[in-house]
Design a protein around this ligand. Structure first.
Ligand code: NAD
Ligand code: SER
Length: 319
């Protein structure tokens, strides 16, 4: 069992749920949630320790890691694809210098590190169907470039300094708790809010844009399972392909219509996000993750859609 865990990006789409899951599993006082701009509030602040650190501030990050005697870091702080494309210099600063600072603190204090890469680490030249674990990685976006560089940096810190850095290439993640933070796959969350509240959604991707996706409970389970796996079982370390389902906006709309028959969808294409989506795989091969650490998703398109609609509708009614 890890002694003490730090979660950067704890207020984000993944971080908010992962922090609570880690507290549930290992004990609330062992999991420190790191916020960025504001003091943390709500459930994150009420259920365990919190602090505020900009991950670009190496000294502040290192003081937190050593002061709190951290042994495991889940490093989630980053800018996502669409936001990064709008602010490439800032994206490079946060995504690369933040990770470098985390890896340096991990090297000094002997921490294990989780770094989430992305389907965005692929690009033109990558096989789009059954994208292999080890293949061409020439992404066309600044976000994807930071993800490939991040995977390589993690592997370097492992090889050179023995830092136990691990990670997955997440597809688009769908959650009913925290709205997404500016990615290309955000439509697959936005559509549920629109379906419940307006029975209509204007989608910013084309009807036939097939992408890999995953429901948040599976994403959380993947991170924890990989981090708990005996290191001797791992051939790869960072950048495991993982996926749970793949669909197009038209197929997701049809799945929602099974529950809300009057739901309608139109398409108002955003050229920036469409170009990003068009540069990503249609379906990743995640057999390495299945073989090396037993990756197995629970949710497919029908079960995710049913669960998402039920939980989000209840949440929106309470709000
Ligand atoms: P998010 O945008 O919801 O959250 C990002 C978090 O980073 C926020 O809490 C924000 O406050 C924090 N942050 C930003 N700049 C910071 C800084 N300078 N210092 C400290 N914190 C800072 O993102 P998410 O969806 O939770 O993604 C988390 C990680 O998972 C990212 O690395 C992302 O690239 C990766 N990922 C996410 C998805 C997805 O679909 N959500 C898919 C693949 C990979
Ligand atoms: N869901 C993320 C994005 O769209 C993929 O990393 O940016």
């Amino acid at each position: 069992m890890p002694d003490k865990i730090l979660v950067t990006g704890a207020t984000g789409q993944i971080g908010a749920e992962l922090t609570l899951a880690l507290r549930e599993r290992y004990g609330a006082d062992r999991v420190v949630a790191v916020g960025h701009r504001r003091e943390l509030s709500g459930e994150l602040a009420q259920t365990g320790p919190c602090c505020r650190v900009d991950v670009r501030d190496a000294a502040a990050l290192d003081a937190t890691v050593s002061g709190q005697r951290i042994t495991v870091i889940y490093h989630l702080a980053a800018l996502l694809s669409a936001v990064a494309e709008a602010r490439p210099m800032l994206a490079w600063d946060i995504n690369m210098n933040g990770l470098l600072n985390v890896l340096e603190s991990a090297r000094k204090h002997g921490c294990q590190v989780f770094f989430p890469s992305s389907v965005a680490a692929f690009g033109p030249g990558t096989p789009v169907f059954d994208t292999p674990q080890d293949t061409v990685q020439h992404p066309a976006t600044i976000y994807g470039i930071t993800k490939v560089a991040g995977e390589l940096l993690c592997d370097y810190y492992h090889r050179r300094y023995g830092v136990d850095a691990r990670g997955v290439r997440y597809p688009g993640l769908i959650s009913n708790r925290v709205p997404p933070g500016g990615g290309t796959t955000d439509y697959a969350v936005d559509i549920f809010y629109a379906a419940i509240e307006q029975r209509h959604y204007d989608c910013f991707l084309r009807a036939d844009t097939q992408l890999d996706m995953m429901y948040m409970p599976d994403a959380i389970a993947a991170a924890i399972r990989l981090m708990e796996t005996d290191a001797g079982r791992l051939t790869h370390r960072s950048g495991f392909n993982v996926t749970a389902m793949n669909f197009t906006p038209a197929q997701l709309a049809a799945a929602i219509r099974q529950h809300l028959p009057d739901f309608t969808i139109d398409y108002a294409i955003d050229p920036l996000r469409q170009a990003i989506a068009d540069s990503w795989p249609r379906h990743m091969d995640d057999s390495a993750a299945r073989a090396e650490w037993g990756w197995q998703p629970r949710f497919d398109l029908p079960s995710m859609t049913a669960d998402m609609l039920a939980h989000l509708a209840a949440r929106l009614r309470r709000a």
